[in-house]
Design a protein around this ligand. Structure first.
Ligand SMILES: C[S@@+](CC[C@H](N)C(=O)[O-])C[C@H]1O[C@@H](n2cnc3c(N)ncnc32)[C@H](O)[C@@H]1O
Length: 391
């Protein structure tokens, strides 16, 4: 595919997403109908689509278009990069030629972006970022407009970090340790080949964000080796698998068990055991509540979510977080640990939830609190470790 044909495909997919189709579904549908597209084409189209979702407001402003559309966002992204649309002839799958209005918008002086446009978020969220991050807010917003680095977790008991680095190098993947998590490797180069490597197929490495790994490593530092952990919101099981790899006896629960579909095959690939529990009993030495949240720390990887979030949805998430905390507190044994985690940057979903928890549930003490932001290289994450009184 020519660069213009790739842009044309990106425009059509972005239009479907703007009409409400989830990004992954729109990309898959396009790929099924585009047998002529090679893997390089599919990667390039995907990059355009995800960039448009990350940079939706700024791209629209750069396009100068009255209405938002895939075509406007593509023109805006090209202009932002100092490029003009090349080969937009309307032939050979290229986008239609520029209209007069588009051509004159592209020759107008560069736009002066508002703070929300420059940070690529809805304006109502600016105070939330300011309250959480203070002077770092704009730097974090800038970071959230870019692609996330790729990290893997090296299995804590089945592989040596140095061996995995050497093995991945033979596949053209450069892997480097990161000080935030012992088992984490940051990948560069042919990262899209990871799933074809023996290290991946044999479960010696798993894709997992850096801060997500820091969460489980921090938990492990406060737990007796090999103890039992209930992952109450296990979802796809990223943290359950990391804890199992460290030798903990992990049980996984989720309100929507379908979300745990991939967990057992992944555990098997890693040579670990995770038990699925529908109705957890009480008296766990440790319960992890990795609660549903806005995901504001992970918007580099899931940028659709930032445009879907509303103040009402954020308030509903806070109520769910409180309810899950209360439920999980009841499941922890006296003297046990409750780990509350979100991939949100907002105080409203983090420190404020812990304050509300202390207000209505005395007898707990916070033994550690950690905040990671994308400036630490991984997703934004929050972790509070709460100890239940022994009696
Ligand atoms: C942030 S995700 C979990 C991610 C996962 N722990 C990981 O590391 O890959 C939150 C999960 O909480 C689940 N959930 C939502 N409400 C819940 C509830 N009331 N009780 C238990 N799980 C819930 C969702 O289905 C979702 O899978």
């Amino acid at each position: 595919m020519t660069p213009a044909a790739r842009q044309s495909a990106g425009i059509a997919i972005i239009d479907r997403i703007l009409a409400g189709e989830p990004a992954e579904a729109a990309l898959t549908r396009w790929a099924r109908g585009a047998r002529y597209a090679g893997s390089g084409d599919r990667d390039a189209v995907r990059d355009w689509v995800f960039r448009a979702l990350r940079q939706r407001r700024s791209a629209r402003a750069w396009s100068g278009a009255e209405a938002e559309s895939g075509r406007a966002l593509m023109l805006g992204m090209l202009r932002m990069d100092g490029m003009r649309p090349e080969g937009w002839t309307g032939k050979h799958h290229a986008p239609a030629p520029l209209t007069e209005a588009e051509a004159s918008s592209l020759s107008a002086p560069p736009p002066v972006l508002s703070r929300g446009e420059a940070g690529d978020i809805p304006d109502w969220m600016l105070p939330l970022f300011d309250a959480a991050l203070g002077a770092q807010a704009d730097t974090v917003l800038k970071c959230l407009r870019e692609r996330a680095p790729v990290f893997v977790r090296v299995h804590a008991r089945r592989a040596q970090v140095a061996e995995v680095i050497a093995e991945l190098a033979t596949a053209g993947i450069t892997a480097a340790p990161h000080p935030l998590a012992r088992q984490a490797l940051q990948l560069e180069g042919a990262t899209r080949r990871l799933k074809q490597t023996a290290a991946f197929a044999e479960g010696r490495v798993e894709l997992q964000d850096l801060a997500s790994q820091a969460v489980t490593e921090t938990m492990a530092a406060h737990l007796p080796a090999g103890g039992s952990v209930l992952d109450y919101c296990a979802g796809g099981g990223g943290k359950a698998l990391a804890l199992a790899a460290m030798g903990f006896a992990v049980s996984a629960h989720d309100a929507d068990p379908r979300r745990m579909r991939g967990l057992l095959p992944r555990a098997e690939r890693a040579g670990d055991r995770v038990a699925l529990v529908e109705t957890p009993r009480r008296n766990w030495p440790c319960v992890l509540a990795d609660v549903p949240c806005s995901g504001s720390g992970s918007w580099r990887r899931a940028p659709e979510a930032k445009w879907r979030l509303t103040p009402g949805r954020l308030a509903a998430l806070q109520a769910t977080q409180d309810a899950i905390l209360t439920r999980c507190a009841d499941l922890v044994a006296p003297g046990g640990l409750l780990a509350f985690a979100t991939c949100s940057l907002f105080r409203e979903e983090n420190a404020e939830r812990i304050a509300a928890f202390h207000d209505h549930l005395p007898g707990w003490s916070e033994i550690a609190q950690h905040v990671w932001t994308p400036l630490d290289d991984g997703d934004g994450f929050f972790l509070s470790l709460l100890r239940r009184a022994s009696t």
